[in-house]
Design a protein around this ligand. Sequence first.
Ligand code: BEZ
Ligand code: FE
Length: 291
Amino acid sequence: MTEQGYFTEESSADVVISRNDQAKDKRLAEVMEVITRHLHAAVKEIEPTQDEWMQAILFLTETGHKSDDWRQEFILLSDVLGVSMLVDAINNRKPTGASESTVLGPFHVADAPEKPMGAKICLDGKGEPMLVKGRILDTDGNPIAGAKIDVWQTNDDGFYDVQQKGIQPDFNLRGVFRTGADGSYHFWGAKPRFYPIPDDGPVGKLLGALGRHPYRPAHVHYIIEAEGFETLVTHIFDPDDDYIHTDAVFGVKQSLMAKFRHITAADRISTEGQAGAFYEVIHDFVLAPVI
Ligand code: BEZ
Ligand code: FE
């Protein structure tokens, strides 16, 4: 027995929390106290039947079974619950003027090849060519030289290369670029498409049961690193995408909208050495200083 007495419906959270009072790790004790309090409150509000509680246990079991070194179903669960974006927001409060972050997602690869500025990263020739360009700046508007820009996107079928090994060329639509003295960057990708997050597991089933779709609006991922600045993990989004207001993982922010302009003028097509119309996206990023 504890100071709180035996376990009752009323005292449940206090009794469990006081049992942890010898914990050596104070942060763990604090985290478990908050989780216990909120979890007990939720159970009291929901009043689940035994069958409903078992359904919840089986859902979590299936989520674990679906996960392996490559597929992380618990991260997907955190994504669709909005928790990934909330943790991201808490850990990336930026000074005024700095670019905002969004979710990393599961499709980044650490060893994408470094390419010369202006390189074509679309290796499968699918989709409409897209010139992406802009500058990496500090919060005073000065260019940042030597910034490393790691980009990745889906192909025209809505898949990342790592989802279609043996179908797409390795490192299709990925590249690492480094800015020169003027802080500018540009590369040639392909216009991205909306695509579903992996939805063949319990999280996909949950979305279906909730009447939610699994789609993310078309976007291009960036990780931007530069010495003396906070690393920025972000995307740019196509504001005209059908799913721009209902991203399955809540990653869209107003400041991350970029205009995907369709360029059809013959002089621009020939200056850029293109065979036909292409898309152009111009987006600057502002990095926050490390304090
Ligand atoms: C992505 O944008 O690559 C992504 C983010 C969260 C879940 C699945 C995919
Ligand atoms: Fe993505």
